[in-house]
Design a protein around this ligand. Structure first.
Ligand SMILES: Nc1nc2c(c(=O)[nH]1)N[C@H]1C(S)=C(S)[C@@H](COP(=O)(O)OP(=O)(O)OC[C@H]3O[C@@H](n4cnc5c(=O)[nH]c(N)nc54)[C@H](O)[C@@H]3O)O[C@H]1N2
Ligand SMILES: Nc1nc2c(c(=O)[nH]1)N[C@H]1C(S)=C(S)[C@@H](COP(=O)(O)OP(=O)(O)OC[C@H]3O[C@@H](n4cnc5c(=O)[nH]c(N)nc54)[C@H](O)[C@@H]3O)O[C@H]1N2
Ligand SMILES: [Mo]
Length: 766
């Protein structure tokens, strides 16, 4: 049997389905395929898949309305026609009684690769066409703070992140890479829309072989690969801004900063310099000061400052740093540090936010656009910063600050989620559970019984990409892939597109939603845009049938022109950035004018509120999992094989383990004021003392769902994290850090049941 081409966020592959087994092979051109591909074979027919439409018993019994039993109730299996009739009627009711702003359709989440079936795109298009729009969300859990601060002080997010330094430049030009938060290759294994070649580790090796020095600032040693000889500075998490300030201070007092660059290309240096030197607040931000905050050695900080002031230096800031209290500060201070070195806009130098946090950064852009699905016009203006979901549900009509304005939370009656898992991505899950009790109706389409599906009123079984046809493409990946169907849909699962088409029909909007096209019709239509652009360039432009049969198409790549940062450097006035001043804003009059105590007019060290206490003395780092993408296919073979006694693995330092009588492999309980979870302990000196690391993505598994703040027996760190915004400016997610205590768990070990589907209950009254 021949393999058919397919793709995923963690890599292109081919595969076939035979005798109930899916075989997957990485794309032959991929030099460094991700082991996360090993989770896919289980995806087709695992018991955790949703097999049929299900409706929560209480919702069937009493109809829509607030209900604390969400997540604690039974599910009734209902036929497709009936469930679609009921859901269409409920959508019409909410629209007619409350207006479309009462439907929250933000539906954040990564969903799957594939330009047509992308779940949020389908939902948004459907809600626009069928009910006139929806309340939406802005920004991401990934980069909530950076997305707001960067455009105000340096340039548009895309320009700073994607169209900036390339991996080729690093390998060719960079002398020192100062990587705050590292550049873990487990993270750059993933890129939204699919990645055909994993180049990051190879590029780092090539750079190291030429003599590039990598400096890893962060709590975990393995945030850079072991074979590039990196220097590790294991700082206290959440203190990078203090370290950056001390580096800046050393540069300033030793006269190693580029005064000409600061004068010509920046605004606000004199104001900031007064703060840095302690003239405005009496505190010099010197190395000794930072040593007390970061836990690093003052002499080491001074030596690092001298190191980065010689040769070509690239400052990178991982996304993790800004997914924390005052997350705007390290992003902004990284810009200022790089500005002081005067190399912003030079090949391989300056500042590249998040290089190495994801694939698709540090790569050339395609010369032609990739297919995109139009979403129509949203008639609703109400929105939230994405991580304020529980606030919104708990406080309808309340005001909130965001980016210089006050806004009002909409009053959500119907919550619709496709392609995301709030029980993966959101913080303080007990609070989220309470918030979900407030809506009239919660609808989820899911391939699998995630905790989000278990908290819904209506659960509709969705196909995975493996069960449908699509096109995989990304703006910075030169390979467009025809994703062939590899398996038949599981159980009664349907494509999101088919579900929305059936609902649109019931709401009188079928033609507006489908434009008369079936799936193949859409794929050919979306493809035609790329085909036309190829033809316009004079490149080979095969028609859709040829592309589909060939299985892939190589797209021409654009020139590396360095983007706006390079152009800015070459501008005669040095004022060509799209910031208010046209320059790099070391001081921002705009931000200062907002008068937010938690985000002043220049980067600053703002002591955090969430710090260790006698009761919760350890710092939790809840980072991205190496063994899967977020919560996706947590039941897959690769993810499962890396658990211990079915638990997610947390890592801690030998000293911290010994002080608590914890041995490698023990099951432990992590606890704080918000909740508790079990995990298995790995004891290692690759973690800074005082830090415990538990990655995200283990499915929430409450021991007793009827309780408040139940113990999660599986290891989901979001039962512990805080649901608080980064600041009034960006209101980003702060899930990366909190404080906990860890203790050995000696009780009888409860089984993990997160992957057992709910057993259907009888229909009320029947
Ligand atoms: N504590 C803490 N929390 C964090 C983070 C952290 O660092 N620390 N990181 C945050 C970050 S950066 C992110 S991006 C978020 C990620 O959060 P999410 O993107 O919400 O996580 P995923 O597990 O990718 O959720 C995608 C869901 O969509 C489903 N799905 C996939 N394909 C389809 C489809 O075609 N149709 C439908 N209907 N469903 C589909 C999958 O089964 C899965 O349940 O988590 C955030 N949460
Ligand atoms: N395998 C895999 N790869 C992924 C994902 C996944 O789920 N799985 N998710 C993808 C997504 S959506 C995103 S947004 C990116 C996220 O990219 P990041 O946010 O950069 O990824 P994380 O792994 O959360 O954090 C990177 C490292 O930062 C370090 N760190 C944490 N806090 C601090 C701090 O205060 N200071 C310093 N200096 N270091 C700190 C941690 O040791 C951590 O390992 O990853 C992407 N890549
Ligand atoms: Mo993310």
């Amino acid at each position: 049997m021949t393999d058919l081409p397919h793709s995923s966020h963690w890599g292109a592959f081919s595969g076939h389905w035979r005798d109930g087994t899916l075989t997957v092979r990485p794309h032959p051109d991929d030099p460094d395929p991700s082991p996360v591909l090993g989770n896919l074979p289980a995806a087709v027919a695992h018991p955790a898949r949703v097999a049929a439409p299900m409706v929560r018993r209480g919702w069937l019994e009493r109809g829509p309305g607030p209900d604390d039993r969400r997540g604690r109730d039974g599910f009734v299996e209902v036929g497709w026609d009936e469930v679609l009739d009921r859901l269409a009627a409920e959508l019409a009711r909410v629209r007619d009684e409350h207006g479309p702003a009462a439907v929250f359709g933000g539906s954040y989440g990564w969903a799957s690769a594939g330009r047509f079936h992308h779940a949020q795109g389908q939902l948004h298009r459907f809600l626009n066409a069928a009910i006139g729009g929806y309340a939406y969300s802005v920004n991401t859990y990934s980069a909530g703070a950076a997305e707001v601060i960067l455009p105000r002080v340096l340039g548009p997010f895309e320009a700073v992140v994607r169209r900036n330094i390339t991996w080729e430049q690093v390998a060719a030009h960079t002398d020192t890479v100062l990587a705050f938060g590292g550049m873990a290759v487990k993270n750059s294994a993933v890129g939204a829309g699919g990645v055909s070649r994993h180049v990051e580790h190879g590029a780092m090796r090539a750079a190291a072989a030429r003599g590039t020095r990598f400096v890893l600032v962060g709590p975990l040693r393995d945030d850079l690969p072991p074979d590039i000889g990196a220097q590790w500075l294991p700082l206290v998490p959440g203190t990078d801004t203090a370290l950056m300030l001390a580096l800046a201070h050393t540069l300033a007092v030793e006269g190693r900063h580029d005064r000409a660059f600061l004068d010509r290309y920046c605004v606000g240096w004199p104001t900031f310099e007064r703060y840095l030197l302690g003239r405005s607040d009496g505190v010099a931000k010197d190395a000794a000061w930072a040593a007390g905050i970061t836990g690093l050695d003052a002499a080491e900080i001074v030596a690092l400052a001298r190191r980065i002031a010689s040769g070509r230096t690239l400052v990178t800031v991982a996304q993790s740093l800004q997914r924390a209290e005052h997350g705007e500060q390290p992003v902004w201070m990284g810009v200022v540090l790089a500005a002081m070195l005067g190399q912003i806009g030079l090949p391989g130098g300056g500042y590249n936010y998040a290089l190495g946090s994801l694939a698709h950064y540090g790569r050339a852009r395609n010369a032609v656009p990739v297919p995109t699905l139009r979403q129509g016009v949203n008639g609703v203006r109400a929105f939230i910063p994405v991580a304020r979901i529980a606030d919104m549900l708990l406080n309808p009509g309340a005001e909130f600050d965001y980016d210089g304005r006050r806004h009002t939370y909409p009053d959500t009656r119907l919550l619709y989620w496709v392609g995301g898992n709030p029980f993966h991505h959101h913080q303080d899950l007990d609070r989220l559970r309470r918030a979900l009790g407030r809506v009239d109706t919660f609808v989820v389409h899911e391939p699998a019984w995630t905790a989000t599906a278990r908290h819904a009123d209506i659960v509709l079984p969705a196909t995975t990409t493996l069960e449908r046809e699509d096109i995989a493409a990304a703006g910075t990946d030169p390979l467009m892939i025809a994703m062939h169907r590899l398996a038949e849909p599981f159980g009664q699962a349907r494509d999101d597109y088919a579900i929305f088409t059936a609902l649109a029909r019931r709401l009188g909007a079928e033609e507006a939603f489908t434009e008369g096209r079936d799936v193949r019709g859409w794929l050919a239509h979306l493809y035609s845009r790329t085909q036309k652009a190829l033809a316009d360039l004079g490149s080979p432009a095969p028609d859709f049938e040829e592309f589909w049969a060939a299985g892939q198409l190589r797209l021409p790549v654009g020139d590396d022109d360095g983007g706006i940062l390079r152009a800015f450097r070459d501008d005669p006035d040095g004022a060509a950035l799209p910031t208010p001043s046209g320059r790099i804003e070391i001081f921002s009059a705009t931000i200062a004018g907002f008068d937010y105590p938690d985000c002043p007019g220049h980067p600053a060290w703002l002591p955090p509120a969430d710090v260790p206490t006698a009761r919760y003395p350890l710092r939790l780092v809840a980072n991205q999992p190496a063994t899967r993408l977020h919560s996706q296919f947590d039941f897959g073979a690769h993810s499962a094989a890396n658990k211990i006694r079915d638990r997610e693995v947390c890592r801690l330092h030998p000293g911290d383990a010994a002080a608590r009588g914890i041995a490698d492999g023990d099951v432990v309980r992590l606890v704080n004021a918000r909740g508790a979870c079990l995990a298995a302990a790995r004891v290692t000196d690759g973690v800074r003392a005082g830090v415990v690391q538990l990655p995200t993505g283990a499915w929430y598994d409450p021991l007793d769902a009827s309780q408040d703040a139940p113990l999660c027996v599986h290891g989901n760190p979001n039962v512990l994290t805080r649901d608080v915004g980064t600041s009034a400016l960006a209101q980003g997610c702060t899930g990366q850090h909190t404080v906990v205590e860890v203790e050995r768990f000696d009780g009888p070990l409860p089984p993990v049941r997160a992957f057992d589907p709910p057993v259907p209950v009888a229909r009320p009254g029947g």
